[in-house]
Design a protein around this ligand. Structure first.
Ligand code: ADP
Length: 469
């Protein structure tokens, strides 16, 4: 949950959706681990309860803190044994228990504080056993009589698949017939799969991705089950927190600007390049990348295309990200080969992410698949033209510019291959050299609205439908 703990888009959603819902009059409570990464110096925490959480042969003593102050209510689950690992997600052999504990504590909190939720909104595999818990061990508690569950899949490739022996830690031995039997015979249990089976509703973060996860290509082995439940699978795009991400008010950029006066953007570009030690030359376009550097993001396409494009077309490229060593090395070697054109900043740096959105002319997202994607939405707002692979949320939010109609907000290539990326970058650069067209595409993007006011309402409709089912 941004700003407390963040690795990607999920955090932005949990930072913004509950806030929207709170403003819309709902009583929203968020439960998340008190990771050691959470900066507690900036929040006031009040201890509100101690819990004992048995998980199979293990037991954890947990203290719950409530964040005081503005809505929404946030409960932080304090258990250093589970959450002080220096990072949010691990491959440790108790990973399943780290999030089973979270799931149980969420339900215990409801009981302790007599909070009867109409909806429990569980996110990703980490919370995906909650629907099954509500329908089994907690079913006798009248508190949950009217509770309906919604499971949101932020990225289907992270499923929480574990050896079947770990099943004992779920405390659901008595209900083992409710676990996927074929999979158990293969020696596995899969948290996300169980969520897909037992949540009252399933959603994901864009309409196109909602369709794609029902295909063998992007279904991650769950496509059959998702197809079987297809009437309950919906796609709702993530909204943008425009309080955080708007060039008019952004506190991380030195020169603020707006659609009606873009002069600050050029100054931000100069500032960005100066910060990164790259020379500025008027008229030379800057391409930006801010991303986790993992296979999903499709950067392997750049390895063979970029050197040639950089040489021939003379643009500059700034990259912020960290992740897989092979991808980090690829960007590092691009920087070595083109020291005046390329800067690779390895790391996670929010203020630089903002500055890149403001200072770059174009933003590159060649994702193999992309459930929603946030950076292209930020880019649109900052007048930074997105160049994307037409998949998932990228397909739903970026339309290729057509000079004849003047419509479109970016450049989207159809097939995930080098020719596709090459075409899109060349088309973007050619349009950049046509100031009237470029101005049109920038204005189109800046006028697009992906606010939580719009997207939050769609969630409310889903909640209402589930609550009355
Ligand atoms: P994902 O959730 O798959 O990582 P999204 O595009 O949905 O991708 O969200 C990425 C979010 O994480 C954005 O808010 C982006 O600005 C941020 N982000 C990713 N990498 C970095 C980084 N190296 N430094 C700062 N912010 C980053």
């Amino acid at each position: 949950m941004a700003p407390y703990a963040k690795t990607g888009g999920l955090a932005d959603v949990i930072g913004a959706l509950p806030a929207y819902l709170g403003q819309a009059g709902h009583d929203v409570r968020v439960v998340l681990p008190l990771y050691d990464k959470v900066d507690t110096s900036k929040i006031v925490l009040e201890a509100v309860g101690d819990f004992n959480v048995p998980l199979g042969a293990h037991a954890y003593a947990v203290r719950v803190f409530k964040k005081t102050g503005n809505s929404p209510t946030v409960y932080f689950v304090h258990c250093p044994e589970l959450y002080a690992r220096g990072r949010l997600y691990t491959s440790d052999n108790d990973e399943h228990r780290r999030f089973l504990a979270l799931s149980y504590v969420a339900l215990f909190i409801c009981q302790r504080f007599e909070f009867a939720p109409d909806i429990i909104h569980a996110h990703d595999w980490q919370a995906a056993l909650v629907p099954l818990l509500v329908k089994t061990l907690f079913a006798k508690d009248p508190l949950f009589r009217r509770t309906r569950t919604l499971l949101t899949i932020h990225n289907l490739m992270y499923q929480g698949s574990f050896p079947v022996e770990y099943g004992a830690d779920t405390n659901l031995d008595r209900y083992s017939d409710l676990f996927h039997q074929d999979l158990m015979k293969q020696g596995r249990i899969n948290f996300l799969l169980q969520g897909v089976l037992y949540a009252d509703g399933v959603s994901t973060v864009s309409p196109t991705y909602a369709k794609e996860i029902q295909t063998a290509a992007l279904g991650g082995g769950l496509d059959g089950l998702l197809r079987a439940r297809s009437s309950t699978v919906v796609g709702i795009l993530n909204g943008v927190d425009y309080d955080e991400w708007s060039p008019e008010t952004d506190r991380f950029i030195p020169h603020r600007y707006s659609a009606s006066n873009l002069s600050g953007k050029e100054h931000d570009k100069q500032h960005l390049l100066a910060q990164l030690g790259l020379p500025y030359k008027s008229g030379v376009p800057v391409l930006g990348i801010v991303s986790r550097l993992v296979g999903q993001k499709g950067f392997s396409l750049l390895a063979r295309t970029m050197p040639d494009l950089l040489r021939r077309l003379g643009f500059q490229l700034v990259v912020l990200g960290s992740g897989e060593p092979a991808l980090e090395q690829m960007f590092a070697s691009l920087q070595r080969a083109f020291p005046r054109q390329v800067c690779f900043y390895q790391g996670f740096k929010n203020d630089l992410a903002h500055l890149i959105e403001a200072g770059a002319d174009m933003f590159v997202m060649p994702s193999v698949y992309e459930p929603c994607g946030l950076n292209q939405l930020y880019s649109l707002r900052y007048g930074t033209v997105p160049i994307v692979h037409r998949t998932g949320g990228l397909a739903d939010t970026v339309q290729t510019f057509s000079p004849s109609t003047g419509r479109g907000t970016g450049f989207a290539f159809e097939h995930h291959d080098e020719a596709g990326l090459r075409w899109a970058i060349q088309a973007a650069l050619a349009t950049y050299r046509q100031p009237a067209q470029w101005s049109q595409i920038v204005q189109n993007g800046m006028a697009a609205d992906f606010s939580w006011q719009t997207q939050g309402r769609l969630y409310e409709l889903v909640y209402k439908r589930l609550a009355s089912s």
